[in-house]
Design a protein around this ligand. Structure first.
Ligand SMILES: Nc1ncnc2c1ncn2[C@@H]1O[C@H](COP(=O)(O)OP(=O)(O)OP(=O)(O)O)[C@@H](O)[C@H]1O
Length: 315
């Protein structure tokens, strides 16, 4: 994989126009979205877990004296659509960043397709599983147009021509319901449009490559702040890119093997995911199918599902 400095020789204008902080973020997005590079050892894999794409095993994470994750364990299998829910500040975004390789756990392990990740992502290492993280804030580069934002990874690292990339960007934007916005800057978009541009950026990939690795997408509150209809559009988009054998908005089979959505929105839980993980006080305290959520006898889940002030969760 090319680093930004070497690839800048290929596309100098794009590289120069992104600020240094943008480039630093781009470097992280680049690694995270295209190939979350990781060092692996322990190649052994349990036979019955051959469909597990990502596993967090007894993960701990503290920030100073705030102990956020205290032994989080779960598995994401091929084909799953999983939601992560739980009270604010409980560590949902933190666990996504750990899964994507942007943060290291203090203790515990992350396994990618049965192989233990030894470090954070870096340019030189390839995992065989792409992990894309769609940030809560959309995290677009302010100084780049929508076309440059969506095509960023391809401009930086692929051998595709400018015309090929431009065409693919237009197709991918159309797939997320956006037309004629390629030349706009992020500041000229609404919040919902920015989220869709971020989604397009996470979906685009080099179509000239012979082997396309499976991808897991991690969405951090993709519908936060959207009106109910815009939420439904995004929820359906998330479903449509899932590799279920169905056709996506471009009329092609979805390309995302599995996805994980952090959300507080009831509609997103109901519409976009099949299974839920409930994170509370540093651990997964409940997991089950979405339809089991409202009938669970677990008092923590009951309180969260009803929004009641009475119960074990204290604010
Ligand atoms: N880099 C950091 N440095 C210090 N504290 C952090 C850092 N990242 C997260 N935290 C703290 O860790 C806790 C968990 O944050 P996180 O964003 O993971 O929670 P969350 O469950 O996603 O919250 P929300 O639902 O409100 O988005 C918070 O108290 C937050 O302030």
């Amino acid at each position: 994989m090319l680093s930004l400095s070497s690839s800048s020789l290929l596309r100098p204008s794009l590289h120069c126009r992104a600020s240094s902080s943008d480039r630093s973020l781009g470097r992280k997005l680049f690694c995270c979205s295209m190939a979350p590079a990781t060092k692996f050892h322990n190649l052994s894999k349990l036979e019955h877990d051959s469909d597990v794409l990502i596993e967090c095993r007894d993960v701990y994470k503290s920030f100073g004296d705030k102990h956020i994750l205290k032994g989080v364990s779960f598995k994401i299998r091929h084909g799953e659509a999983v939601g992560v829910i739980g009270p604010s500040g409980t560590g949902k975004s933190t666990i996504l960043k750990i899964m994507a390789g942007l943060l290291a756990p203090d203790k515990g392990e992350v396994y990618i397709r049965g192989k233990k990740r030894a470090g954070l992502i870096s340019d030189e290492e390839i995992s065989g599983l792409r992990i894309g993280l769609v940030f809560q804030s959309a995290a677009l580069f302010d100084s780049l147009t929508v076309r440059e934002n969506v095509g960023f990874l391809l401009y930086e690292s692929s051998k595709m021509s400018e015309n090929q990339i431009s065409e693919l960007v237009t197709q991918t934007l159309a797939a997320v319901g956006l037309k004629g916005v390629e030349n706009r800057l992020p500041s000229e978009l609404s919040g919902g449009m920015k989220k869709r541009v971020a989604l397009a950026r996470s979906l685009i990939f080099d179509t000239t490559k012979e082997v396309i690795e499976p991808e897991v997408l991690l969405y951090d509150e993709p519908t936060a702040g959207l009106d109910p209809i815009a939420s439904t559009v995004v929820e359906d988009l998330i479903r449509s890119v899932h590799m279920t054998g169905e056709e996506d908005a471009l009329g092609k089979p979805g390309k995302i093997a599995s996805y994980l959505v952090v959300t507080h929105q009831h509609s997103t839980i109901q519409r976009a995911v099949d299974r839920l993980l409930f994170l509370y006080e540093g651990k997964i305290v409940w997991q089950g199918m979405t339809h089991e959520f409202t009938t669970s006898a677990n008092p923590i889940v009951q309180q969260f599902a009803t929004g009641s002030l009475d119960g074990p969760i204290r604010y």
